[in-house]
Ligand binder design. Structure first.
Ligand code: TYD
Ligand code: MG
Length: 451
């Protein structure tokens, strides 16, 4: 009898690079001390997914029949949007996010509301825990089957019995395959299990959703190549202290990679937010100083966000600068512009800046709103409630043009703003809008306009 060969190799826990011996520094990702020994034991006899053993042959591209790809529309509009218009049959979607952010809730809701037959495989929770969650979200569907299992061999056995149209795995880190002898969650296990799932999805046309944990840097735990292997990578973000959650596309082979979905975590599960701009702006009865509204673009959608600041005389020798959801270095730069170019004495003041709603905009078009909010608080003069801003501020205090200005103006008009302040250098068709559009080239001009 041939002796089973036990093999082991070292894997970088950061990027998944394999090496026959231990290395101090990964040659791929340059991380230190990330190599861990994992046993890889290959038994050639038990192939995992052997439902169909098709052999591919080359075909002429003209002979490939192509029916317009049918997408499975879910009842969740936001999810359809981030997937690029629905679930593509045979696609593999990886959903990452912080613990407790709502990944399991999102996909369980998908399973409970869909008309398709869905198998929800959980390696993290028991059946009764899943039932408890399902009762909270108050949707029941007879098409949803629950399986608590972590071995891919057993999962595939059940799959052959029930033949689901959509498979959900919660989470890929709990899966293990007998092909490989290392523990669940290790790089070689995650990689092997994912490739089995991908093979299954491609051969049967079943859509597979994989939930993935993320590590402390925010990347999906496990090898980076996981993201290369799957078709779509979605990221669920948000501050756990806020009720709003953002579902972002990071990669999508079947659609735009800059889409965004907004949800609200309620008592009874996740609810779609159809008009995110409204929720990001707090209700105000009267004008308060230090508040300015900016129009930013997140993904492909314009969003109105509220910027609040507080400027007060520094109590201690060194003034404090603190920003929530905004880059402190950029705030310092904007304050320096105000000080040097416009002569405002902010060097002796504490400045606190806050963007409400827990969203972290990555868009320089909010610069002007930041500056106006700081000035408004400094002068203690409110900015009119019907005014909003969309422009970048340069180092010499000039107001610069931003992209997709027409989309921004349209959003401001839709939400009932009366005036938007933008750069003089932005070109657009003025007859298309009903809102008053003020174009400025210097901060002083904006200042004169407002106060
Ligand atoms: P969960 O989906 O378990 O997160 P993940 O799978 O990403 O770890 O989300 C759990 C959180 O959501 C938990 O803190 C409770 C909250 N929650 C609600 O507020 N309302 C609900 O209806 C549900 C089901 C969960
Ligand atoms: Mg979970």
């Amino acid at each position: 009898m041939a002796k089973k060969k036990v093999q082991s190799a070292f894997f970088c826990q950061n990027c998944g690079t394999q090496s026959p011996k231990w290395l101090g520094k990964c040659p791929q990702c340059n991380e230190w001390n990330t190599f861990v020994e994992e046993v890889i034991e290959k038994e050639e006899k038990t192939k995992t997914w052997n439902g169909l053993n098709k052999v591919s042959i080359p075909v002429s591209i003209n002979d490939i029949s192509f029916a317009k790809e049918k997408r499975i529309k879910t009842s969740d509009i936001e999810l359809n949007r981030v997937l690029g218009g629905g679930i593509v049959p045979g696609s593999v979607v990886l959903l990452g996010g912080d613990p407790g952010i709502g990944k399991s809730t999102l996909l369980l809701q998908l399973a409970l509301t869909s008309e398709k037959k869905i198998l929800y495989v959980s390696g993290e929770e028991s059946e009764s825990q899943i039932k408890m969650r399902a009762q909270r979200v108050e949707n029941s569907s007879r098409n949803c089957l629950i399986l608590t299992e972590t071995s891919t061999q057993n999962i595939f056995q059940q799959i052959e019995k029930v033949q689901p149209e959509i498979l959900i795995i919660d989470s890929v880190q709990t899966l293990h395959t007998t092909h490989i002898d290392s523990s669940p969650g290790s790089v070689s296990q995650i990689r092997e299990c994912t490739s089995e799932m991908i093979k299954y999805a491609k051969q049967t046309g079943t859509s597979v959703f994989l939930i993935g944990h993320i590590n402390k840097d925010g990347a999906i735990a496990g090898p980076k190549i996981l993201e290369h292997m799957v078709d779509t990578v979605l990221q669920f973000e948000g501050d756990r202290n806020h009720v709003y959650r953002i579902l972002r596309t990071i990669k999508n082979r079947f659609g735009s990679a800059s889409e965004l979905g907004v949800y609200e975590m309620a008592q009874s599960g996740l609810r779609e937010v159809n008009n995110p701009s409204e929720i990001l702006i707090s209700d105000r009865d009267e004008e308060t100083s230090g508040v300015a509204i900016a129009v930013t673009i997140e993904g492909a959608r314009p969003l109105m966000i509220e910027i609040q600041s507080l400027v007060s005389s520094a109590v201690y020798g060194t003034p404090q600068r603190s920003a929530t959801s905004f880059d402190t270095r950029r705030l310092n730069m904007l304050l320096a512009v105000l000080e040097k170019r416009c002569g405002f004495r902010l060097g002796v003041k504490d400045v606190f800046l806050n963007i409400t709603g827990g969203i972290k905009p990555d868009d320089t078009a909010i610069d002007l709103a930041v500056i106006c909010s700081v000035l408004s608080s400094d002068q203690d003069k409110p900015i009119g409630m019907q005014v909003c801003f969309a422009a970048e501020v340069g180092l010499s205090g000039e107001i610069r043009a931003v992209n997709r200005i027409e989309q921004r103006i349209a959003e401001a008009e839709k939400l009932g703003y009366k005036q938007i302040i933008i750069s003089k250098f932005n070109k657009f068709n003025p007859s298309a809008f009903n809102i008053e559009i003020k174009q400025c080239s210097k901060i002083e001009e904006v200042f004169r306009l407002l106060f």
